[in-house]
Design a protein around this ligand. Structure first.
Ligand SMILES: [Zn+2]
Length: 84
């Protein structure tokens, strides 16, 4: 398989999106990660909750399969913002 990432950018949602990882909606005004990439010659445009993108990265780092079933993962607990 070939995977090429063009862009992974944190943007603010202007309309409702669906997270590719957990399938839950991303609400307007919420920050999300927008991914533009090519996987095996197919252009893909994915939207992620920031915590879902982190979860996926962690999963892949641990040797998990890069190929995943869309909308099938659990949305991880939102990490507490660390304030000093
Ligand atoms: Zn998600």
């Amino acid at each position: 398989m070939t995977y090429h990432l063009f862009e992974l950018k944190r943007v603010t949602a202007r309309k409702r999106h669906k997270c590719i990882w957990c399938g839950q909606s991303i609400q307007p005004g919420e920050a999300y990660e927008r991914e533009k990439s090519v996987y095996d010659g197919n252009f893909q445009n994915h939207n992620w909750h920031p915590e879902c993108q982190e979860d996926a990265q962690q999963c892949w780092k641990d040797g998990g399969d890069q190929e995943f079933t869309a909308y099938s993962a659990d949305r991880p607990e939102k990490k507490e913002e660390i304030t000093t």
